[in-house]
Write a protein that binds this ligand. Structure first.
Ligand code: BG6
Length: 293
């Protein structure tokens, strides 16, 4: 299918009726529905589906920079670019494609991009939808440059929640975090699950590879599993910031929570010819659940 700007979108479906939609604009997942057709990712009613900006919702990809600590535009350029479908991607381990419906996308820097970030790379993204309805994103970034380069990365995942005040995150208790609202100072989370009553903008460091977001009212839990992504960003703009954002409704902050698998504190460095893989899998289950693996 194509969107209003003629940009291709790929729809994945599983036999049970779950679906996911990926846009070539940013390689962004813009919808993920369970078998009952319920949307699991947040998209703002004021979202602008028009390049060059990423639309507010779904899962934009932050690369090669997270946030604004660097010389590039906020969250890097990958989310603003038009990707292509990769018809012949190098193989992934068999268990990553088993029974899945998936699409492979590719981003390479243009001449223009190289002026701002002079590093040749190949960024391969596989978005998969399992027979269980789970959403998987696998990013492979290869250095095809003569020199090493470093980058930071995040899957900026906008989860759809019933009411932010009914939501809690489990798995980040006792973790250290950088607080973007306090000059990126380092703090330590105290014992309990994280709940929300004000703006939050944090990067939890070296977190476990499974984090759960529990939506009490909907009796729905997002189980986020990640590999190669040590950090977790937790963001909600709350009322004041929402009002200042043209592409977010004033009260919509209540229906969203960003919980990102990320690599931020320690940037990834790739030598010439090296490749990095960052994998995220999101499942939705009726209650809290992180298996031991
Ligand atoms: C968060 C950042 O992850 O993304 C915030 O920590 C930022 O500081 C937010 O406001 C949204 O960014 P953007 O560029 O998509 O509006």
């Amino acid at each position: 299918t194509k969107d209003w700007n003629g940009i291709e979108q790929i729809v994945l479906r599983n036999p049970q009726g779950a679906s996911a939609k990926v846009s070539l604009h940013g390689g962004q997942v813009i919808s993920w529905r369970n078998e009952r057709g319920e949307e699991l990712l947040f998209t703002s009613s004021k979202a602008i589906f028009k390049p060059p900006k990423a639309m507010r919702g779904g899962i934009p990809i932050c690369f090669p920079q997270f946030g604004n600590c660097g010389s590039l535009e906020q969250h890097g350029f990958a989310r603003n670019k038009i990707w292509v479908v990769d018809d012949d991607p190098p193989p992934l381990p068999a268990n990553d494609s088993n029974g899945k419906s998936f699409v492979d996308l590719l981003l390479k820097p243009s001449e223009e991009d190289l002026k701002f970030w002079p590093h040749s790379f190949e960024f391969r993204l596989r978005v998969g939808l399992g027979t269980d309805g789970n959403l998987t994103l696998i990013s492979r970034i290869r250095n095809v440059n003569g020199k090493p380069f470093s980058f930071s990365f995040a899957y900026h995942s906008y989860l759809s929640v019933s009411d932010i005040s009914e939501v809690r995150i489990e798995g980040l208790e006792t973790m250290d975090y950088f607080d973007n609202l306090f000059k990126r100072e380092r703090f330590t989370e105290q014992g309990d699950a994280i709940t929300f009553e004000a703006e939050i903008d944090r990067v939890y460091l070296s977190s476990p590879n499974c984090v759960a977001v529990l939506d009490h009212e909907r009796k729905r839990t997002y189980v986020i599993k990640k590999e190669g992504l040590p950090d977790v960003v937790v963001w909600n703009p709350w009322d004041k910031k929402s009002k200042a954002m043209a592409d977010l409704g004033d009260d919509e902050y209540k229906q969203m929570l960003c919980v990102d698998g990320a690599a931020i504190e320690k940037p990834i460095t790739l030598k010439p010819g090296e490749e990095w893989t960052g994998r995220l899998e999101i499942a939705v289950v009726p209650s809290s659940f992180c298996s031991e693996d």
